[in-house]
Design a protein around this ligand. Structure first.
Ligand code: C2E
Ligand code: CA
Ligand code: CA
Length: 476
């Protein structure tokens, strides 16, 4: 009996010991896994999870600041030099960030790597995003003198930082991260270096979400309309085409200009639907005019956010639906779109060109690094920003800029368009300077389709088919 008892007790002891040992092992393994989830194996920095665990108690205790940093052009390094070189560069950046923060020049806080080329610094204690601006700039300055290299290639690095501070900009980890991300994107888009979160321009803010919903419905309810502004030859004698400009015929607020509703749309996915709607509407109108004997081209504005592979699909669909020839479609893209993602813009523009569509760089001269980014961008047309055109005849320096742009564009084989021509004096001067096309209030404002056709007839710009009332019905 005793022997049986002893054996049984021994079994129990061994089993308990084994279970305890197993539990300890499991806990150790879990802890190791958790540690791994908290520490980025590449840089040794805390991960997104570690950031959340660090930030959470700070928010409960009153507040914290969050800086979100994204490197500019990192994808190009990865693509051209390979992932190993990219990884190596990320380690150098991590070290540089930690050095700046520890050295007391940057923000006083802890550095994390959230993934890819995205880093964050958490500054403990309640603060205002405004107070983080100078330390954020120092953090960027630290990057620019970092003497980085990838695969022995020396690199100039720059980045964009978004700032959000609790409690003002958000009370939870998720909210603060999202808002810092919105600010970072704004910094990147505007090439600002550092940007603070701004509720008014946040596409996810309640007011803007509501506006987006209204625009979506406006599109379905035919409340959006397109007006057409003529482009004429340099001497003002011939109509060369129209530019489509969207408006919102708001039931209560009247006709709204794009500036009043477009910015939040351009920061949301709705922008694709809007571009598609405007393109189809404008080409349908152009095709109707063509059927009436009016030969023109049609220009459509394309937001930076739509300048991607999706744009080709929209163009293809609109051309097929309206049977409009590709060569008579002009897409106006802004210089900022090109600056934001030069490689992506080049790919899309190249594909559009191969499809036979013309591409114009809009607002030329309004951006900061115009010429460098034009290199290798296969566009057809430059539209000189209207700030240089408006007071051309009053400011000699504007004339110098305009005449240089015209000369430059012609040497590159591009057509030059001047927008914002408001006076006969400006029109004459531009013509004398060799500008190919003119557009502005002096000739015509953007007009609803029927008034645009009336303008064409009144000016005698429609050619034989349109200007002879007997051949064409008086209204479209
Ligand atoms: P933009 O492409 O530079 O268009 C020219 C703007 O200048 C238009 O303003 C036009 O009404 C105005 N304008 C034309 N001639 C003159 C002039 O002689 N003097 C002055 N002071 N202004 C003149 P609008 O229609 O308010 O459009 C503003 C901007 O909104 C456009 O600038 C364009 O960037 C954007 N936009 C308009 N329609 C669309 C659209 O369908 N899609 C996209 N993505 N953007 C659009
Ligand atoms: Ca335009
Ligand atoms: Ca423009």
């Amino acid at each position: 009996m005793d022997a049986v008892w002893t054996a049984w007790a021994a079994t129990v002891v061994v089993t308990v010991a084994a279970v305890v040992a197993l539990a300890v092992l499991v806990r150790q393994r879990d802890r190791a896994r958790l540690d791994a989830a908290r520490t980025d194996p590449l840089t040794g920095l805390g991960t997104r999870r570690a950031l959340a665990e660090h930030l959470e108690p700070l928010l409960r205790r009153g507040g914290a600041g969050l800086l979100l940093l994204d490197l500019d052009g990192f994808r190009e390094v990865n693509d051209s030099l390979g992932h190993a070189a990219g990884d190596d560069l990320l380690v150098q950046v991590a070290d540089a960030l930690v050095r700046t923060v520890r050295g007391g020049e940057g923000p006083a806080g802890r550095v994390f790597r959230l993934g890819g080329d995205e880093f964050a610094v958490v500054v403990p204690g309640p603060c205002a995003a405004r107070d983080l601006e100078v330390p954020a700039k120092r953090l960027l300055a630290g990057l620019s003198v970092g003497a980085f290299h990838a695969d022995t290639v020396p690199l100039d690095l720059s980045g964009s930082i978004g700032l959000a501070a609790a409690p003002a900009d958000g009370r939870s980890v998720g909210e603060l991260l999202q808002h810092a991300d919105v600010a970072m994107y704004a910094a990147k888009r505007g090439r600002l270096g550092v940007a603070r979160y701004d509720r008014a321009t946040d596409p996810h803010s309640a007011a803007n979400l509501e506006l987006l919903g209204q625009v979506r419905r406006a599109m379905e309810d035919d409340q959006l309309v397109v007006h057409y502004q003529p482009k004429v030859s340099g001497d003002g004698s011939r109509l060369l085409g129209f530019e489509a400009l969207v408006r919102w015929d708001h039931p209560e607020r009247g006709l709204l200009a794009p500036a009043e509703f477009l910015p939040p749309v351009e920061r949301s996915h709705l922008v694709h639907a809007l571009t598609r709607w405007v393109m189809i509407t404008a080409l349908q109108q152009a095709a109707r005019w063509r059927a009436q004997g009016l030969a023109t081209s049609m220009a459509v504005n394309v937001s930076a956010a739509t300048l991607d592979e999706g744009l080709l699909g929209i163009v293809e669909e609109a051309l097929a639906l309206t049977r409009w020839p590709a060569a008579d479609l002009v897409l106006e893209i802004t210089e900022t779109a090109v600056i934001e993602d030069p490689a992506g813009a080049r790919r899309t523009v190249q594909a559009l060109r191969e499809r036979g569509v013309r591409v114009a760089v809009d607002d030329f001269g309004a951006g900061s690094t115009s010429l460098g980014h034009l290199r290798g961008l296969p566009v057809h047309e430059l539209k000189i920003d209207r700030q240089f055109v408006a007071e051309l005849t009053a400011h000699p320096e504007d004339e110098v800029i305009v005449s240089s742009v015209i000369a430059l564009a012609h040497r590159l084989g591009l057509t030059v368009v001047a927008e914002g021509v408001e006076t006969v004096a400006a029109a004459d001067r531009l013509n004398a300077l060799g500008c190919d096309e003119l557009q502005g209030f002096f000739f015509a404002r953007p007009l609803p389709a029927d008034q645009a056709m009336a303008w064409v007839r009144a000016e005698g710009m429609g050619g034989p088919g349109v200007d002879t009332p007997l051949v064409v019905p008086a209204t479209e």
